[in-house]
Design a protein around this ligand. Structure first.
Ligand code: 5AD
Ligand code: SF4
Length: 479
């Protein structure tokens, strides 16, 4: 029996992983005999947050290990997999719409595989709806059993029956899965899975299970490996990175992880998301300030500026505590760029309570905001609360908030004119001959330059500040 003092073990037993390796070999050989002249093609699309994107990279890695070639051409593919998100109703509606559009594709060749996974599928009622109303979907699995994909594919190929697996409950941690990284210079590293916070509006704890942290040394080794391969930006991911290792090893918490990765030799930035203000400590902010490779960007979702709303959201901090964290962070890092998430129209939010959000936004002066209208999620506490305000009123408040943020962002970017910034050059911009780079503070600057600069750090001077995208010019090393 497990004693109270022993560390929780979320790992999947080795026999189970060995079984999956056998399924992988069997699936690969079935695929080889069905596709003697070419590789089978897999189209994978991921919705939602970076955590889901990181899952998508594992899914793609597993599919490649079975012999699939990844493709962007959905119509000519042999397998379509949607890795879904449940965070808001709108995200779910898009998935149902896209699954509906796959009917003709599936009926044109019944040996094709249509698969759905991710947060949305981890909800019982969604899986039931797929079972009943979308009979041409072959495979549905939840967030905790990605490692079983070889078995699922084998069963779809050979059993001719639909496969549903939503097991997992509180979740697990599986190491060693193959990963197909989408980027060549920016990489995601999940450091923990799940969430224990139970914010009253949020479905994540239900679909992703309890918090589980990955092993400290494993994470550092993964970062070291990526940096040695030439990655220039490492983003550490978790629903609440500040509670990293709370469940396992209190002597190696998130600040220690940042320091260990910061100590790796090389030219790279470390980013992280998301920080919950409840667990954001002065120690974390001091660590950010002291670690030169940690980007001076803090995404600290506030959700609301009103104490009653924050209480009903079960956020465990109030406006004053949030603002004192912001003040402390700015005192330690005067150039810090701060971004946030805000929900408008939480059940019962009054006009005065919403005004508190506006005044908080004015006070903090965010670089940018992710703003959402409250979406009731079945099974969460907030979905049961009375909600007297209609959609038109919520839309009006949403616009007031985004207008205010636009003014703030406009003022902030205007002040950047003539200044020089180091950017990581990311991709060609829309405008011919221009590149798009991102500053440490997560601001995009577009400037004329050659595509060979993509994936490198460059210095850029802001010439024309626009609200969201700034124009700049490349500064030569000689300048
Ligand atoms: N309705 C609207 N927005 C939500 N978010 C999470 N759940 C909901 C919901 N039910 C937002 C929060 C969170 C971000 C990822 O999504 O602002 O920080
Ligand atoms: Fe990510 Fe949450 Fe959406 Fe799942 S529900 S994909 S954890 S944002």
């Amino acid at each position: 029996m497990q004693s109270n003092t022993s560390k929780p073990d979320f790992s999947v037993p080795q026999e189970e992983l060995d079984k999956q390796a056998q399924y992988a070999a069997m699936a690969e050989s079935v695929l080889q005999s069905r596709f003697p002249d070419r590789k089978p093609r897999a189209f994978v699309h991921t919705y939602g947050c970076q955590g889901n994107v990181a899952d998508g990279e594992k899914i793609k890695g597993i599919l490649e290990s079975l012999g699939y070639a990844l493709t962007d051409e959905i119509e000519g593919s042999d397998l379509v997999l949607y890795n879904t998100c449940a965070i808001r109703e709108h995200a779910q509606d898009r998935v149902f719409g896209n699954v509906g559009k796959r009917k003709a594709w599936k009926e044109a060749d019944r040996s094709r595989i249509l698969a759905l996974c991710g947060c949305m599928m981890q909800q019982e009622y969604v899986a039931e709806k797929i079972k009943k109303s979308y009979p041409y979907v072959d495979l549905v699995f939840g967030t905790h059993v990605i490692y079983k994909l070889p078995e699922f594919i084998y069963r779809c190929l050979c059993d001719g029956k639909r496969v549903f697996d939503l097991s997992g409950g509180d979740g697990n941690v599986v190491e060693g899965l193959p990963v197909h990284r989408d980027g060549t210079f920016k990489a995601w590293i999940p450091i923990m899975y799940g969430c224990n916070n139970f914010c009253s509006y949020c479905v994540v704890p239900y679909v992703r299970g309890r918090e589980r942290s990955r092993d400290f040394d494993t994470v550092v080794a993964e970062a070291r490996h990526l940096i040695a391969q030439g990655y220039r930006e490492i983003t550490l991911l978790g629903q609440n990175v500040n509670s990293y290792n709370k469940d396992k090893d209190p002597s190696l918490r998130f600040p220690a992880l940042l320091r260990a990765i910061n100590d790796i030799e090389g030219d790279f930035w470390i980013r992280f998301m998301t920080s919950h203000p409840r667990d954001c400590t002065p120690e974390l902010l001091d660590t950010m300030a002291q670690c030169e490779k940690v980007a001076k960007h803090l995404h600290l979702p506030v959700q609301s500026g009103n104490d009653r709303v924050l209480r009903d959201m079960n956020r465990h901090y109030d406006r004053e505590k949030y603002l004192s964290l912001i003040d402390y962070a700015r005192q330690k890092m005067p150039d810090l760029s701060i971004t946030s998430d805000i929900i408008v129209g939480f059940p019962g939010e009054t006009a005065e309570e919403f005004d508190d959000t506006l005044s908080l936004v004015e006070r903090v002066q965010y670089t940018s905001l992710f703003t959402f209208i409250f979406s009731p999620r079945p099974g969460t506490k907030a979905a049961e609360l009375p909600d007297p305000f209609d959609r038109a009123e919520k839309n009006r408040r949403f616009k007031a908030l985004t207008d205010l943020q636009e003014q703030i962002a406009g003022r902030r970017t205007a002040a950047m004119k003539g200044e020089r910034f180091c950017v990581l050059v990311e991709e060609p911009a829309k405008e011919e001959g221009f590149l798009s780079g991102r500053t440490e503070g997560n601001v995009i600057i577009e400037f004329p330059g050659d595509k060979s600069l993509i994936g490198t750090f460059r210095t850029v001077e802001v010439t024309e500040p626009k609200t969201w995208v700034l124009k700049g010019k490349l500064i030569d090393d000689k300048d």
